[in-house]
Design a binder for this molecule. Structure first.
Ligand code: PLP
Length: 393
């Protein structure tokens, strides 16, 4: 089993774990010495420096272990966003501009650097998905036949939780010489992952999705990949990413990765049971609710759904006042009233997409949190039916 954390802000039913997770107490304990006393620069040759270097080396092994990679393949970054930027821009800068392919449901930290690369002469081909959220094979084959130099596909989607079997996609892309990036930020720690078996040359990871600290992540890099660093300076991270390492955060990431690997099955079981409870209540008590990607293989912690007629953003605010934290889509696009691009790509009607709410669970979530959410949601739906607007909290 695993250590469930009672959060200091308890009272809040925190159901937004795909946005970020609470720092695990065991992770905090591992980090504290490096914030208090053991302050050596890992590049220094003295005792404190060597201790910091040893701590980073251990964390590198722990992070590699989460995805069955070799520690020498791990490049620490400031998070998943930087890892994706480093992978895409780093590889593109070493090649003459050509074609890049990505799935239509990638995270903005993949889509935005690809948009920027288009200004440098790169062309972009998006791999469409069907209404279940899966890649359309004919489109994939068509795009691959145009010989992309780079291909990005995520291991699991942050909104729907849909899991992508990257191996066959990567195999086709590799056959035409493409470099493959797998964004595993959401999948890692929630689903078994193996760097080599995924077919990736490059795989991005982030600590704060697995109860580690925010602002630290990694790019796992196949040593054959020629990549230009984004940051030039000292020879840190084998010349892939310059700058004095954030030792405490790296140690925290290492510990979080180790715990996520050890507890993977227990966490999957726990969140899966709670998600099944949530979805059976939704289906029985709000029969009009539509659960997106329900027929696809999904991360066990994620439920993205809509009740027709509701406005996701307004509902989120009403639930917030009741001490329930959910998301109306990707946290990175909150504030943007446009419907979720992921749902748009799946061909969901805009009005229904605007009603979407994402509930994402973690090892710390309780059945009571889920029940509070469903009870409050039902009250909101009832108010909407009675008064034509959501209830005031
Ligand atoms: N990729 C995916 C699929 C994500 O869900 C996120 C964050 O939500 C990121 C990348 C960016 O990671 P970070 O928040 O560490 O920059």
């Amino acid at each position: 089993m695993f250590n469930r954390v009672k959060q200091p802000n308890s009272g809040i039913a925190y159901l937004d774990n795909n946005a970020t997770t609470a720092l695990d107490e065991r992770v905090l304990a591992a980090m504290l010495p490096y914030l208090r006393g053991q302050h050596g620069n890992p590049s220094s040759s003295h005792q404190l420096g060597r201790q910091a270097r040893a701590a980073i080396d251990q964390a590198r092994q722990q992070v590699a272990g989460l995805v069955a990679a070799h520690s020498s393949q791990v490049v620490f970054t400031s998070g998943g966003t930087e890892a994706n930027n480093l992978a895409l821009k780093g590889v593109a800068q070493r090649l003459p501009p050509g074609l890049i392919a990505c799935s239509a449901v990638e995270h903005s930290s993949v889509l935005a650097p690809l948009a920027a690369l288009q200004n440098d002469g790169w062309r972009l081909a998006k791999l469409t998905v069907d209404s279940d959220g899966y890649l359309v094979d004919e489109v994939l084959q068509q795009v691959v036949s145009r010989k992309p130099a780079l291909l990005a596909v995520m291991a699991a989607n942050n909104e729907t939780g849909i899991v992508y079997d990257t191996q066959p996609v990567a195999r086709s892309a590799r056959e035409v010489g493409a470099i493959v990036l797998v964004d595993a930020v959401q999948a890692a720690g929630k689903y078994p992952l193996n760097f080599t078996a995924s077919g990736a040359h490059l795989m991005s990871l982030s600590a704060h999705k697995i109860h580690g600290p925010q602002g630290i992540g990694a790019l796992v890099v196949d040593k054959a990949v020629d990549m230009m660093p984004l940051l030039h300076g000292g020879g840190h991270e084998r010349g892939r990413r310059a700058g004095t390492e954030n030792v405490a955060a790296i140690v925290g990431f290492g510990k979080a990765a180790e715990l996520a690997a050890d507890e993977l099955e227990a966490r999957r079981r726990h969140t899966g049971i709670l998600r099944a409870h949530l979805e059976s209540r939704l289906t029985a008590e709000l029969p009009k609710a539509v659960i997106f990607g329900q027929r696809a293989e999904r991360l066990p912690n994620t439920c993205f759904f809509a009740v027709p007629g509701l406005d996701g953003e307004t509902l989120l605010m009403a639930l917030d006042q009741l001490g329930i934290a959910v998301s109306s889509g990707s946290a990175c696009t909150t504030g943007d009233v446009a419907p979720s691009p992921v749902l748009m790509a799946m061909g969901i009607e805009a009005d229904l997409a605007r009603a979407a709410v994402r509930v994402s669970l973690s090892k710390d979530t309780t059945r009571d949190d889920v029940d509070r959410f469903v009870d409050s949601l039902k009250a909101q739906v009832l108010a909407l039916q009675r008064f034509g607007s959501l209830a005031c909290a």
